[in-house]
Each structure stands twice: as structure tokens, then as C-alpha cells.
Design a protein. Structure first.
Length: 286
């Protein structure tokens, strides 16, 4: 009788990729939802609807050589490594603290900047668990983990010489149309964001990283050409793919029309956004 050989793989890091435009429900924040409501929102969500994450050739070579599997899920990306049969914290092929994963990020949805609360203007996202050495002064934040209530800010964006320096982490042919870099070291600047301990074993309490984009908020400008009026909301409202924000009170608007209840005020799509005096507006023709 022959014994059947089995292989055991264990996650070495997990990354959640979230976006409030798709996950919030109108004004209700995804982060404040109960578990059941979160599952409901995630059921219709897939980060690959707006983003591509591709390993560099060097990272792909390391994944194959270290017997690792790259596995995308609807809201996560996971890398798992083959471990020994004796100890699931010991990689089958030994790992080194200087080893690193480098992934190229590119946005596939042309409306991404319209519904995302960031000002990219050609800058490069850089997410890492270790601060890079850069030629120009900068503010660096390590990549968030899921236990941090935080979304991506402009601190993750780099321009000028710093951007050119960071692009050197990629294969030369991958620098075109690149919007960002995900760069995870086996051992980061902080032990809570490292993947392995000094002897090369996988940590028991692995970090669960997170890239969480916030949704854009705009002033909603309603234009009724037949009745000849324009009105705009007193405050900015969030753009969301799901949910509905009801506007039906005079106090919702600056200069509301007479007979307000005669009109319906739909929520805007992210297709039409104008900046007037650096203030974002959504135009809706009713």
C-alpha cells in the first residue's frame, strides 16, 4: 500500500482591498455596519472591477521558487507558502528576511478618480511595510492593517524624483501606465507588520494588510432647463454605487425652488464632475 503525499500551504500574508464607493450604503459607512450587512455589501463587490495587481517577473520567480501560491478573492489578495509536514510555521523552502514581494498596481476604471477621495494628478501610490530610501523629503506611512480604522490618504502618493526612484522597483516594461506599487518585505520596519521572525519561521499572528479607498464627496447641482432653475445642495454628499440619499427639504438646498415637492432629486453618477474654485460638483439634469 502506497501513502499519498499531501502538501500543506499556509497564508504568509493577506491584503484586503476595499473601496467605500462600492461598500458604503448611501450615508451608511461600511466600517460602521454589522457583520451581516458587511457580508451583504461584499457579496456584490470585487476589487478587480477597478484595479489590477500584477507581480513583477522577479516576484513571480520568487513565488515559484519558494513554492508559493498567489490567490485573488473578491475582496482580498492572499499569498500562501508550502510548509513542512512537521511544523506549519516552517516554510518547505527556507525564507530570508530580505526577500520581498513587488506588485504593480494599475486602475482599470476610467472613473476611479471621480469617485475616489484623492488628488492623484500623476502621482504614484506606494504601499509597503518598510520605509524606502528616497532622494527627496517625504512623509511615509506604512501600509494599514485591518485593525486600523483608516483609509488611503495623499501620504501614500509620491511625485517627482521620489516617484522615479520608486519605479525602479519594477521591471522596466511595467513602468508604463503604472498607478502604484505594493511592496511587502518578509521583515518590515515593525515586527507587527513583518511576515517572518528572525529564524525564518512564519509568525503566529500574521499581519492582515489593508488598502481602503474612501469615496469622493461633491456638492450636488441640480439643473432644470425647462423650468429655468438651478439649485445646489448646502453641503457635500458622498458618491456611492449602492444606496440612496433622499433630498426633499428646503434646508437641503441653497436657493431651493418653489413647489419643492413637485420635483425629484436623483443621486448623481460619478461620470459628471466639475471643479469650480477647487470645489467638486456633480451636475444632475432633472
Amino acid at each position: 500500500m502506497t501513502m499519498k503525499a499531501t502538501s500543506t500551504y499556509r497564508p504568509i500574508f493577506t491584503l484586503s482591498i476595499l473601496h467605500n464607493y462600492f461598500l458604503n450604503d448611501g450615508e451608511e459607512l461600511f466600517s460602521s455596519m454589522g457583520d451581516d450587512k458587511k457580508e451583504e455589501q461584499l457579496a456584490a463587490y470585487h476589487w478587480q472591477d477597478f484595479l489590477n495587481i500584477t507581480p513583477t517577473a522577479k516576484t513571480m520567480e520568487m513565488l515559484n521558487g519558494q513554492l508559493m501560491i498567489l490567490k485573488p478573492f473578491s475582496n482580498q489578495l492572499m499569498v500562501a507558502v508550502k510548509v513542512t509536514s512537521d511544523d506549519d510555521r516552517v516554510p518547505y523552502v527556507p525564507l530570508d528576511g530580505d526577500q520581498q514581494f513587488v506588485f504593480r498596481l494599475s486602475f482599470t476604471d476610467p472613473l476611479f478618480d471621480n469617485y475616489t477621495n484623492l488628488e492623484r494628478t500623476g502621482a504614484l501610490f506606494y504601499f509597503s511595510n518598510k520605509e524606502p530610501l528616497l532622494p527627496e523629503s517625504h512623509h511615509f506611512n506604512t501600509i494599514h492593517t485591518t485593525n486600523q480604522e483608516a483609509t488611503v490618504t495623499n501620504r501614500y502618493l509620491f511625485n517627482g524624483e521620489n516617484k522615479r526612484h520608486l519605479l525602479e522597483f519594477l521591471d522596466q516594461e511595467n513602468t508604463i501606465n503604472t498607478d502604484g506599487i505594493l511592496h511587502i518585505y518578509m521583515q518590515g520596519d515593525h515586527t507587527n507588520k513583518s511576515l517572518i521572525i528572525n529564524d525564518g519561521r512564519i509568525k503566529d499572528n500574521l499581519p492582515h494588510f489593508k488598502i481602503h479607498f474612501d469615496n469622493q464627496k461633491t456638492t450636488w447641482k441640480y439643473i432644470h432647463q425647462r423650468d429655468g432653475f438651478e439649485t445646489e445642495t448646502i453641503k457635500e454628499w458622498p458618491l456611492t454605487r449602492f444606496g440612496f440619499i433622499t433630498l426633499d427639504k428646503p434646508s437641503d438646498f441653497n436657493s431651493p425652488p418653489g413647489n419643492l415637492d413637485k420635483y425629484k432629486f436623483p443621486n448623481p453618477s460619478p461620470k459628471q464632475i466639475k471643479f469650480i474654485a477647487n470645489k467638486p460638483y456633480s451636475e444632475i439634469f432633472i
